[in-house]
Design a protein around this ligand. Structure first.
Ligand SMILES: [Fe+2]
Length: 242
């Protein structure tokens, strides 16, 4: 199980939210990994909750590393899954440069493995050449460097969360999949962009020949809209969206 971030409501502000949510992940009873979301570790250059060393230390205490690799190598299967901390990107934190060096290295050392990235914030919404989409995708400058790596290493899959929308498309032979949330949908607070407003998860099957991915229903979810529950979920006016 891979959680693509915003595991918590406000782990960036309340450590107990991190410990509680990590406990819930453990209760799933399967091996899991997570990459942080903006509500878990803060955001790059955020006025109130900037990502910083203290918040990353708290994340790591409960969830382990905020960047990781998993090599899937059973029989003929050869994939390298790469988990990235999207909130460091554009932050100017020392860890941003460290992650960039680490990423170059793990990509270079992937050898013949096919590569899949997992990160909270999508690289782009509609086109990697698009301008600044604000809250919703990575900034154009760091996006350019990451797209260069995607192209050079022929990354097979870039999987993300953050948008509370499901979308599955291919661009330049890389598959991009936005995992829907399991929590709630976002109504008027979200600008027009591709994708389907639905809850659920993504089921992946990896083998040498093909990547199979299916956006799936998760039984038992209730379709809440953020617009209706925002006062309960994010009572402070600074946090208006997921
Ligand atoms: Fe998010």
């Amino acid at each position: 199980m891979i959680h693509t971030g915003d595991v918590t409501v406000d782990g960036a502000g309340v450590e107990a939210d991190l410990s509680y949510s990590a406990h819930l992940m453990d209760e799933l009873g399967t091996r899991w990994r997570a990459v942080p979301g903006n509500h878990d570790v803060g955001d790059a250059r955020h006025a109130h909750q900037p990502v910083n060393a203290e918040r990353l230390t708290m994340w790591r205490r409960h969830f382990g590393p905020d960047r990781w690799i998993e090599d899937v190598a059973e029989g003929a299967l050869r994939w390298r899954l790469v988990g990235l901390d999207a909130l460091l990107i554009g932050s100017g934190e020392p860890e941003e440069a460290a992650q960039a060096r680490w990423l170059e290295q793990v990509m270079a050392e992937a050898g013949e493995r096919r590569i899949a990235w997992f990160l909270h914030r999508p690289l782009f919404l509609e086109d990697p050449g698009e301008g600044d989409t604000g809250y919703w995708s990575l900034k154009p400058q760091p996006r350019g460097a990451l797209m260069a790596l995607v192209r050079w290493h022929r990354v097979a899959l870039v999987a993300s969360g953050h948008l509370h929308k499901a979308w599955d498309f291919t661009f330049e032979s890389t598959r991009y999949i936005w995992s829907p949330a399991s929590s709630f949908l976002v109504g008027a607070a979200q600008p027009e962009m591709p994708g389907e407003k639905r809850l659920g998860a993504v089921v992946y099957e990896l083998d040498n020949a093909a990547l199979t991915a299916r956006i799936a229903e998760v039984p038992g979810l209730t379709q809440h809209w953020l617009d209706d529950v925002i006062e309960e979920v994010y009572p402070r006016p600074a946090n208006v969206s997921g």
